[in-house]
Design a protein around this ligand. Sequence first.
Ligand code: ADP
Length: 503
Amino acid sequence: MAEQKAALKILVVDDEKDIRDGVERILGRMGYVVRTAAKGEDALQLLETEPVDLAILDLKMPGMDGMELHQRLRELDQDIIVIIITGYATIETAIEAMKQGAYDFIPKPFEPEHLRIVVARAHEKLRLTREAEALQAERARTLVDLDTEKSRIRTIVEALPTALVVTNTAGEIVLMNPAFVKSLDLEESAVAGKKLASVIPDSGFCQMLEKLSCGKGDPAGDFVGDAAAEAPTCELVVSGSKYLMARGQAVINENNIHMGAVITFANITSLKMLDQLKSEFVAKVSHELRSPLSTIHEQLAMVLKETSVHETDMDQHLLERAKEKTHGLISLIGDLLDLSRIEAGGVSHNIQAVQPGALLKSIVEFLNARAAAKNQTLTYLQEKDALPTLNADPMALESIFGNLIANAINYTPEGGTIEVRIGTTADGRLKVQVADNGFGIAPKYHQQIFERFYRVKDDNTRFITGTGLGLPIVKGLVDGMNGEIVLDSDVGKGSVFTVVLPV
Ligand code: ADP
């Protein structure tokens, strides 16, 4: 405050020296910078070199009177605050001066306290006016900035080569770029403001969109805008032959409230074609290799049988290793062929009514010998007496649960426990869980292990042989049956694979 007072400049114009000096003294003590003039002309001259914030003018002066000086001051500086000093006789003139814009008047004779109050009030008004002006200027600047920012973002979005669309919490399109319109073969005018789900009626996409837009059905918060979390994706087919990968992110404001979603679309048609060519190639090669390899395997088995008595231990060992390796190759080829078939969509040929309890029990019984060889306990637990009947290909079911249980045996140490539970979900679907107390899988691998050839390599699993194709086969089959597979596992905690299938 003292600093502001010091900065405030006041001009006192009065022909009476006593009043000039008195006012200068009082205001000087309040910390203001005070200049004085004995007549109007001097005042104007002084103002040319030194502008002031406030002027205190005597109304009655020889030569230029206070009224005229007031007008001249206003012409020079519109914002100057003027206080009139006047005797009782000229009070009407003072009122006239106020009408013309003087801020206040002080009748003569006046007490120092009166002067102090009036000047302090004028000072406060000046301060508020300047503050308001500064705020106004700041606001105008912010609006200009915002406007520039908005048009800059719009220009960038429009120019983006990647298809992009933004939705609000209702899932309606609020922003889209030309690449989006082109990628999805749309008419911009026909889709603006429409619900994105009606523009792209793919069920997987709609589900992702709903979760992203308003967090609905996402209690785990998997779809919130955590930059570290991987953005959810969904594959789409447009016009029958174009493949797009939609990748979305929820838009969350600073109060953690869903504002909508931003989704980008990448054209993956060429990748898809390449993938298909690769699958066809792998399938062809695998098919060609299978017969000769099986023959070699059988011949090795025969040689081993016939030579066991005559040959050295070394030869025997080498032959056994060769037979083991060919066996590994044959199972790899079998997995590759299964996977190709699943990817081509030709898996479940032999659809029939299956009693899942009986089928699962027989798989458990079959694999019990393998578990027993590792001193493991493998049990079958039926959680419900009456289980629903499945309409499915029994071979596909055997492959799903055979793979999961075989994995549980493989990745659980000697003496471990594996439990196969069968029951139903609250909405009546079949639920099978394969739970083990083995090595467990760190959450960061939970997605990758369902990818082809992916194997977790750590101290526990390094020496366990496998192809990395078991879980992709399982996932492909479960997806093909419109089911779900979920993994709950962590290192040292064991693993629970839950498969839910529609009945
Ligand atoms: P494979 O068993 O032939 O390596 P899979 O696709 O069946 O291939 O499994 C992929 C990886 O997932 C395995 O290499 C293993 O690291 C991990 N895994 C699968 N099941 C389990 C389990 N029950 N416990 C621990 N790790 C597992």
